[in-house]
Structure formats: structure tokens, C-alpha cells
Design a protein around this ligand. Structure first.
Ligand code: NCD
Length: 317
């Protein structure tokens, strides 16, 4: 593994290695001194061309806990054409001695471009590219679910036979795409549910079943329900008549939430639209893992950075 661009190319073994390494990292985070020397002397650049709260903070925390030197670059507002600006930026990063790059970009494929074009010779981690993929989010989701389902026997295991329903704006969701591939590699069964306008045909080729009836999917008592954010900023058309109708048909309303078994895990990547795709009753319940997902994100990103970067400066760490 040289880069982390997508979960579609991760093998089961690689995925379990990442999750187990994240468990090792999590164990170090209970200590009084959380910092590890693993990436001392390694310069990591966080290149964020798109808004982010959780992912950006979590990568920065992970890098600092591994003792890397961190450079933050928020490129929001840049109007330079995509290919050119990325190339120029990459060459600049190369010139300042970046050893690894974490990139979030509104264009699908941006991370891959950076990894393949040879503008910079460094491991690239995709922190979300357009509607395409968000591999570290899927890894932290899998980590969270594996812990909830298997507790302290989680290490070394996949998610075999776990049934996960992913609900909502699948069309615009890089979280859904990365989760479908990763959950599939780990042996889980995935069902995608949402309005037909947000669940188009391409999903027929994915390792998942699709449906439009949330109540029917929930009646089958899944192990986990993952609610996706309605990504209004990516919508250039009306995909549903009214937010009230969306909430009624595809939201995890309080009533729907109360009908779930008490051990069904409720997940959301954040940021949440409370009252739209998820009710506060569900989001703030014990079954919800929203904040656990954020906390686990640091351990998972430490694992990814460690596995990809610990060899980049032989002799310095
Ligand atoms: C997601 C993202 O930005 O892709 N959020 C996140 O990384 N925690 C999901 C979203 O924005 O809905």
C-alpha cells in the first residue's frame, strides 16, 4: 500500500491490518502522554480545497500525535483551473519538502491525479474527493462498528455477516461509496435505501442491494443503520419535493428509531442535519455512535499515516 485513495482496491487483509493498527493506536491514546515518535522528521501537508471540520481536525490530531511536522493549507476560494492548480500546488509542496499529502478536493479523482501524475513523490491520502470516495471515513466507520459488535474480541476480525443499511443521499455520498466497498471486503451485507432520485442505476453493479422503503429495511432488524447527510451543496436540481416529506419517508424519525431493536447501531458521519435525515432522539441516544466515530477517526488516521509514512524517511525515525 503506497497511497490511500479508495477502499475499492483494499483487500480484506489490508483493511483488517488498518483496523488492527488503529486498535494499537487507540491503546496509546489512553496514556497520559499521547504522543508517539513514529513520524518524527516527516512533514505532512493537509491540503484542503473544501470545507471540513471533523476530518481536518482529526488528521491534524493524528499527525501531531505521531510527532510529524504539520503544514495546513486551506485552498478554499482558489479559482485556478483544477489540473493546473493541482500541478502547481503539488510542485510547490515538493519544493518545500512534503513527505506525505492529505488532500480533500471537490473534484472526484483529484487524489488519484496527485498520486499518479508524478508531480510529487509522496504517499497521498484521500480525505474526500467530490462524490467519489472518503476511505478514512469508511475505515473509522468499520472500526466503530467492529468494536460495537465484537468488543474486545474485535482484533483480527472482519464484519462477516453484519447487516448494514445505508440510508439517504447515496448519489452524492463519497461516504456511501467508500463504505460499500469496505464493508463488502470485510464480509458485511449492505443494503442501500433512499429516494429513487438519489439511488441511481450505477448502484446495481455494487456489492449491495438497493431498496426504496426504509420501514421495510428496518423491519428486517439490521445490525447498523448509517444515515447520510442530505448534501444540498452538491445538488443542482430538486431531488425530492420537500424536506418535510424527505424526513417522513427516509429520515430516522423518533418513531422509526423507537421501533428499532435496542442493539441496532445508529451511525452518521457528521455534520448532521437534525430533523431532516436524523432526529435528535436517535442522534443523542446510546445506540448512536456519532461522537465515537469522530474519536475513532483519530486512531484510524494515525494507523493510515503510520502504515503509509513510517518508511518515507529511512533512518530518521
Ligand atoms: C462527510 C464528508 O465530508 O464527506 N463528512 C465527514 O467527512 N465527516 C460527509 C458529509 O459531508 O456528509
Amino acid at each position: 500500500m503506497r497511497h490511500l485513495i479508495s477502499t475499492a482496491t483494499l483487500t480484506r487483509e489490508e483493511a483488517i491490518l488498518l483496523l488492527d493498527t488503529a486498535e494499537d493506536m487507540a491503546a496509546t491514546q489512553d496514556r497520559e502522554v499521547k504522543k508517539l515518535p513514529a513520524l518524527r522528521g516527516v512533514t505532512v501537508v493537509n491540503l484542503f480545497y473544501e470545507d471540513s471540520t471533523r476530518t481536518r481536525i482529526s488528521f491534524e490530531a493524528a499527525e501531531k500525535r505521531l510527532s510529524a511536522d504539520v503544514i495546513n493549507f486551506a485552498a478554499k476560494g482558489s479559482s485556478v483551473s483544477k489540473g493546473e492548480s493541482l500541478k502547481d500546488t503539488a510542485q510547490t509542496l515538493h519544493a518545500v519538502g512534503a513527505d506525505a499529502v492529505v488532500i480533500r478536493h471537490p473534484a472526484s479523482g483529484a487524489a488519484q491525479m496527485l498520486a499518479e501524475r508524478g508531480w510529487i513523490n509522496a504517499p497521498i491520502i484521500n480525505a474526500g474527493d467530490g462524490c467519489h470516495e472518503h476511505p478514512t471515513q469508511a475505515l473509522l466507520d468499520a472500526f466503530t462498528l467492529r468494536r460495537r459488535l465484537h468488543g474486545n474480541k474485535a482484533r483480527g476480525r472482519g464484519l462477516d455477516g453484519a447487516r448494514v443499511v445505508i440510508v439517504g443521499d447515496v448519489l452524492h455520498s463519497r461516504v456511501a461509496r467508500s463504505n460499500v466497498w469496505l464493508l463488502g471486503a470485510l464480509g458485511a451485507e449492505v443494503e442501500l435505501v433512499g429516494p429513487p432520485t438519489l439511488l441511481p442505476g450505477e448502484f446495481d453493479r455494487w456489492p449491495a442491494t438497493t431498496g426504496y422503503d426504509l420501514d421495510a429495511a428496518l423491519a428486517r432488524k439490521p445490525d447498523a443503520v448509517m444515515m447520510l447527510r442530505i448534501q444540498a451543496e452538491r445538488m443542482r436540481a430538486a431531488f425530492f419535493p420537500h424536506t418535510r416529506e424527505y424526513a417522513r419517508m427516509w429520515g430516522l424519525t423518533e418513531q422509526r428509531f423507537r421501533s428499532l431493536p435496542e442493539d441496532t447501531v445508529v451511525m452518521h458521519p457528521g455534520p448532521m442535519n437534525r430533523g431532516l435525515e436524523i432526529s435528535s432522539a436517535a442522534a443523542d441516544s446510546k445506540q448512536a455512535t456519532v461522537l465515537e466515530q469522530v474519536a475513532n477517526g483519530v486512531s484510524v488516521r494515525m494507523a493510515a499515516l503510520y502504515l503509509l509514512c513510517s518508511g518515507v524517511k529511512e533512518g530518521t525515525n
